[in-house]
Design a protein around this ligand. Structure first.
Ligand code: B12
Ligand code: SF4
Length: 464
């Protein structure tokens, strides 16, 4: 085997009650695998996440396959696991480290103790990986600290020969994915995920996709024709698929994208779709425009609300007024579109009073949705500093980073959905118990449990 691509495991051990339908396919790795196959390079994609492969089992598999190259993605949340994998490989190979976080993590990755070579790739990987494997790289590496031996770093920025300027022609061989189509937990529809753009135009202080962290690569969108061609293929190949999930960082960016989405999906009467949006995406939208979005098949928008406190929203660079947010949601709900709202508790400087505002906003939006006969569901996280983000850098400069990220076993036991529960310490101005209370209560809104919320002034009595 020339190269094995690995979607790296999030946990050391296998998880009990693992349901593959809870996990999305690693589309970025799929693009790389497709290009390798198109270039007759023998390639296998192991998705350790979807297939619930423990770190130990993955190491065993790799040690028995002995590929010439191992390409793997690296995240802040599983850095110590990827370290153990790299350090446990007992045969001679070359690691290729990729993914959005490599630009911030390469010093850590290059310090892993292994005699094997590690090549870091910052940016899009599908074109450069071909030449890495063919050992024919037509670009100079970027200079790194000479303490690293056997380590090379390439940056695929917009000046690189390997930068896919036009992402419309990049094909995806979906046979690399093992769990498609998924059955959506919210409506039982068979669903396929796609990517139609790369990059985000916003600058949220906690997010690795923020524009100012990714200036090396431009925000790119596929043409409407290219997206329609992929949808034609999906409809023909997977006859029972009724839903498309668009996994872009931010699919609906502004009025122009909203119109593009309407044009793409309106003719497909059999398909519903859902995607990410930003509250600012709708600032110039009329009610009629949002109604047309619904008519085109849009049944759910995922929107990062993050906080109900304007103080926190300003700090994280989502400076929308709460009243504006409510007005926009009213229009979306009126159009008949459901919303999945993302919230984060425990931002630096966040007080219980800020968190109360978030919980109240979540409750208000839940009730508002009911009035309009749609569903507002919440997805809730504890703030964790991802490497390279504005908040991570601030905490690092002030010497305030608490600990390495690891699974939050308490939350996993209490609320399940372990793939989202990571903890890197408590950065808020409130206790961990208080944060857990807010996370649990905001999630309980999904089950119609609101009684505890009416006791807000005495939350200390309710803390677990
Ligand atoms: C969609 C998405 C997901 C999807 C799909 C993930 C996947 N594995 O593909 C889901 C929801 C499953 C997901 C899960 C997680 N995600 Co996510 N995700 C994204 C998002 C919004 C878009 C990624 C995407 O598909 N982009 C489009 C495709 C084409 O690009 P790509 O995947 O980045 O791949 C390209 C390059 O990065 C590169 N590349 C990628 N991998 C590799 C590997 C090699 C060897 C090479 C050479 C190149 C290479 O080449 C690819 C093709 O050009 C990004 C934001 C962003 N802009 O990156 C966050 C992001 C990458 N995710 C993030 C995180 C933290 C996670 C989780 C760890 C969350 C968690 N559970 O705690 C998990 C990781 C699970 C896993 N192992 O897959 C963070 C990473 C930050 C960090 N420092 O760790 C990001 C940056 C968002 C953020 N919050 O800041 N994610
Ligand atoms: S809008 Fe979403 S993808 Fe863009 S920077 Fe903010 S959190 Fe990240």
């Amino acid at each position: 085997m020339e190269i094995v691509l690995v979607n790296s495991p999030l946990f050391r051990e296998k998880k009990e009650n693992h349901d593959p339908d809870d996990f999305l396919p690693p589309i970025g790795l799929g693009y790389i695998a497709t290009k390798l196959r198109e270039n007759n390079i023998d390639c296998l994609l192991i998705d350790a996440v979807v297939n619930n492969i423990s770190m130990y089992n993955l190491i065993e598999q790799l040690n028995s396959m002995k590929p010439i190259f191992i390409g793997m993605n690296f995240f802040s949340t599983n850095l110590s696991i990827t370290k153990e994998i790299v350090e446990s490989i007992s045969f001679e190979t070359t690691f290729i480290a990729g993914g959005n976080s490599v630009q911030f993590l390469y010093t850590e990755i290059f310090s892993f103790v292994t005699k094997n070579k590690i090549i870091g790739v910052i940016g899009d990987g599908e074109l450069i990986t071909i030449d890495i494997v063919k050992q024919n790289i037509k670009q100079s590496p970027i200079t790194i600290n000479e303490i690293y031996t056997n380590r090379t770093l390439y940056k695929v920025d917009s000046t690189s020969v390997y930068f896919p300027k036009d992402i419309s022609d990049i094909t995806l061989d979906r046979s690399f994915f093992t769990n498609e189509p998924l059955t959506s937990k919210i409506n039982n529809l068979r669903e396929i995920s796609i990517i139609t753009s790369r990059g985000c135009i916003y600058n949220c202080a906690f997010c690795g996709a923020a524009r100012k962290l990714n200036k090396h690569s431009s925000v790119r969108e596929r043409s409407a024709q290219s997206i329609m061609k992929e949808l034609d293929y999906i409809e023909k190949t997977y006859i029972n698929v009724r839903s498309i999930r668009i996994l872009d960082d931010l699919f609906l960016k502004n009025n122009q994208n909203i119109k593009k989405a309407i044009d793409i999906f309106s003719p497909r009467k059999e398909l519903l779709w859902r995607s990410m949006a930003h509250t600012m995406s709708f600032t110039k939208s009329s009610q009629e425009g949002i109604n047309s979005l619904k008519k085109s098949g849009c049944y759910e928008l995922s929107i990062g609300i993050e906080s109900g406190s304007e103080k926190i929203l300003r700090m994280i660079h989502k400076p929308n007024q709460i009243d504006n947010i409510k007005d926009i949601f009213k229009k979306i709900f009126f159009a008949g579109i459901n919303v999945k709202g993302y919230f984060i508790y425990g931002f630096p400087t966040e007080e219980v009073s800020d968190a109360n505002k978030t919980l109240s906003l979540a409750l208000e939006l839940t009730n508002m949705a009911r009035i309009y006969g749609v569903v507002f569901r919440t997805s809730v996280f504890q703030f964790r500093p991802y490497h390279g983000t504005e908040l991570y850098n601030y905490l690092a400069e002030e010497n305030l980073l608490i600990k390495e990220m690891g699974e939050d076993l308490f939350l996993s036991a209490e609320i399940g959905r372990s793939q989202f529960n990571f903890n890197a310490g408590n950065y808020g101005n409130m206790s961990q118990n208080e944060i857990n209370y807010f996370i649990k209560t905001t999630l309980l809104l999904n089950e119609g449990v609101e009684s505890s919320i009416f006791n807000l002034p005495i939350i200390s009595n309710l803390l677990c």
